[in-house]
Design a protein around this ligand. Sequence first.
Ligand SMILES: O=C(O)CCC(=O)C(=O)O
Ligand SMILES: [Fe+2]
Length: 297
Amino acid sequence: MSEPRSIDDPLAERLRTASVEHHGTLVFDVGRLLEADELHALTAVFGDNEFAPGLVTGYGKARRADEPERSVDEQVAELRARGIDPHLMFLGNVDPATGERRETDELFFGEWEWHTDMSYLPAPPTFSLLHARMVPDGGDTSFCSQVLAARTLPDALRERVAGRRIKHDSTYTSAGMLRPGMTPPATPVEAIGPYHPILRRLPGSDREALFLGRRTNAYVEDLPLDESEALLDALWEHATRDDFTYRHRWTVGEVVVWDNRVVMHCRHPFESTQTRFMWRTQTKGEPVVAAVSTSAV
Ligand SMILES: O=C(O)CCC(=O)C(=O)O
Ligand SMILES: [Fe+2]
């Protein structure tokens, strides 16, 4: 895959099929840095562009009290006027324009928690793409199949999650940083976010997947907080087993495309003396469909 602009329909179809056959995770060894429109062309194989988190109110960003109320279109126009692409996220400890290192919160270099991207949206993005532009020693990304997690879910846990939903909070990034305009909830019960079924069915197939989002501030609907915490702990222990996991060591120029319905991911730490810079895009998602429960509810 060296020319994303020239992907034709048959190749696009093959790539989508390959994603289904390979645990929702594909690695493209492009071997060079892509232009933004090339990453968008590869993204378009998998779906329509979704906004990147942290730029538009409601998408990993809350409106600050001093910020005027504006429609999504107005916000997008304003971002574009400032030369910002609302669909592209820069992730790194460098200035995106110059590539020079810049002062960065220590949390950036630590372990990022397991998560699926932007599950705090009512229709969470289906695919995410990550393009490596500067790679440190370390800073690998791991992917963990939630289809395998669902397939091996012990009966006792399956019964406990039957028909249940989790509330998906957006207060913190996966690195543990407070998102723009957000206030932490007193407890997960007070967190604000959509509920999604814990066990989902993947559209167009009979596959099921666990859909946990992220552990921080998660809450299982209608349970006392201590029971919610106990159930979540048990689910997370099962869902992140090593034998469901692929750990990716990055090379500059690569793009990894993953299906957020199929895998969770996490980022491993690296030394703060090092430099890491990635570009990220994501595709519009779909409401999460509950698996038909096989146990009595
Ligand atoms: O930088 C990484 O390896 C992963 C970052 C991440 O969680 C994402 O892009 O969704
Ligand atoms: Fe992520």
